[in-house]
Design a protein around this ligand. Structure first.
Ligand SMILES: O=C(O)c1ccccc1NCC(=O)[C@H](O)[C@H](O)COP(=O)(O)O
Length: 202
């Protein structure tokens, strides 16, 4: 993974049009929510969308607190290359996902304890709001040195308007968005997806 420009992941996609727009504008990763959520899709729906995505782009199955075997089963059905693990996790789960052939995004909350920010061998750390996918913005500068020198994404409450400032304030390697590119909760807006990626890649 190299990123001369910030890495950008767009999360919670559910239509071929939204995927096409994200890919056309240069998204580095596309996320599919395979856990209970207003954005949830089935592994089979994700698999259909994954087929249209070039292998150079990370395809990510997002989970809340499912056990690791369920994670691996659903991610395999979806045909993704990455899993994103929210919830209380262990270093052993990260290793198990790697052994199964997946790259791993481990999500922590901005207010988690210090040990959660340690390097557990994940490929990307994601520092999120306290409620994932909520659209809640927070003080991005507060995590400035917590993951310095590592590949990590800032998330939570980002939008085309604030993403550049947030990435700078946090010192993040990239950004992840869901709510900020929606016209209403759970419904993506292709124009906002394009604006978000264009803003961060400019
Ligand atoms: O999007 C969800 O509903 C969701 C549910 C359970 C776990 C994770 C979930 N989403 C994760 C993400 O989309 C991103 O990592 C991030 O939290 C996006 O935040 P926001 O842009 O504020 O929606």
């Amino acid at each position: 993974m190299s990123a001369s420009k910030p890495f950008v992941k767009v999360c919670g996609l559910s239509t071929a049009q939204d995927v096409q727009v994200a890919v056309a504008h240069g998204a580095d990763a596309i996320g599919f929510v395979l856990t209970s959520s207003v954005r949830e899709i089935s592994p089979q729906q994700a698999a259909e969308l994954v087929k249209a995505i070039d292998e150079a782009i990370a395809t990510v199955a997002v989970f809340r607190s499912e056990d690791i075997q369920t994670v691996l089963q659903r991610a395999t059905q979806a045909g993704v290359s990455w899993v994103q693990l929210h919830g209380q996790r262990t270093q052993a789960e990260v290793a198990t996902a790697h052994e199964a052939g997946f790259k791993v995004i481990r999500a922590v909350r901005r207010n988690d304890s210090q040990e959660q920010f340690a390097d557990w061998g994940e490929d990307l750390l994601l520092i999120d709001a306290s409620v994932p996918g909520s659209g809640e913005s927070w003080d991005y500068a507060a995590v400035k040195d917590l993951a310095a020198g590592r590949h990590w994404l800032v998330a939570g409450g980002l939008s085309p308007q604030n993403v550049v400032e947030a990435v700078d304030a946090a010192g993040a390697w990239g950004a992840d968005v869901s709510s900020g590119v929606e016209s209403s909760r759970g419904i993506k807006d292709p124009k906002l997806i394009a604006e978000f990626i264009d803003a961060i890649k400019a």
